[in-house]
Design a binder for this molecule. Structure first.
Ligand SMILES: Nc1ncnc2c1ncn2[C@@H]1O[C@H](COP(=O)(O)OP(=O)(O)OP(=O)(O)O)[C@@H](O)[C@H]1O
Length: 258
């Protein structure tokens, strides 16, 4: 396998929940470095795409990780291969302390405790606090920290800044920016200012398929394209740089930009 082989190749992925198809026919790649943002309107299937890649929901299609097919593997095997997952729900063990939450996540002999402590000094101070009593942002940091303790070759991170105060959004983005220097990230993120800061590339899903792949900054600079693909206006800082388009119902365009 050459160094140019993407770390993740997704070909014609479809996925279903309780017999209902929630991802139709999604194809894209993730390179071996940097942040690739997976974008799309609400309910378009971004979370389900991540869950399909991980085998957490029923899926069909080809998924290759570092050149190897993983689409028939069970989730625990996929995680063992080196894919870390930071789910949208954060899923901390609320009755356990911060330290216990982190210890439980350690899959290897020499976990990156110092790296994580440097990124999240707040968690070091709160190591004995029950995770259920942490703020949403602090719980998100625990969730990201757990993924960073191990030698992952890819991180799947789902809406890490959702519902967080602006200051905490910045802290979580800082941590992900630092992490992305050592591990490629596939990021689902609604806050386009965060996408602009973190992402190198964007992959946009419209109507169950990938409708656009491109350079992150160039895509976000094209306000008309953003409005058509995502139904948001760029530039309203009160909404993390985005605001619903007046005609947000339109624009699920069939044309393939990819
Ligand atoms: N447990 C479930 N049972 C039934 N339908 C579901 C379930 N989870 C998701 N769906 C449906 O699957 C579709 C895709 O959902 P998904 O969460 O993947 O979208 P998304 O793009 O991540 O959305 P958002 O940006 O709002 O988080 C939606 O129509 C959603 O209603």
């Amino acid at each position: 396998m050459s160094a140019a082989t993407p770390i993740l190749e997704v070909e014609h992925l479809s996925a279903s929940i309780a017999g209902q198809q929630v991802v139709e026919d999604v194809s894209f790649t993730v390179p071996r470095s940097g942040v690739t943002a997976l974008l799309g309107r609400n309910g378009v299937g971004k979370t389900s795409t991540l869950r399909g890649i991980l085998g957490l929901i029923q899926r069909r299609g080809i998924v290759k990780f570092a050149g190897e097919r993983i689409d028939t593997m069970q989730t625990y095997r996929i995680v063992q291969k080196g894919i870390g997952y930071v789910p949208e729900e954060r899923e901390v063990f609320s009755k356990l302390s911060v330290a216990e939450n982190l210890e439980l996540a350690e899959r290897q002999k020499n976990p990156h405790r110092e790296f994580v402590a440097r990124l999240f000094p707040d968690l070091v101070q709160r190591r004995d606090q029950q995770a259920g009593t942490l703020s949403g942002g602090q719980q998100q940091m625990v969730s990201v920290a757990r993924a960073l303790l191990n030698d992952n070759q890819l991180l799947l991170v789902d809406e890490p800044t959702k519902g967080l105060a602006p200051k905490i959004v910045n802290e979580v983005a800082d941590a992900l920016a630092a992490a992305s220097k050592t591990v490629p990230i596939l990021l689902v993120e609604q806050n386009l200012e965060v996408v602009r800061r973190l992402a190198d590339r964007v992959v946009v899903i419209v109507g169950g398929r990938v409708a656009h792949v491109g350079d992150a900054a160039a895509t976000l600079d094209d306000a008309d394209l953003v409005r058509r693909l995502l139904g948001v206006h760029v530039g309203d800082s009160a909404h993390g740089g985005i605001a619903p388009a007046r005609n947000a119902g339109e624009g699920a365009e069939g044309g393939q930009h990819a």
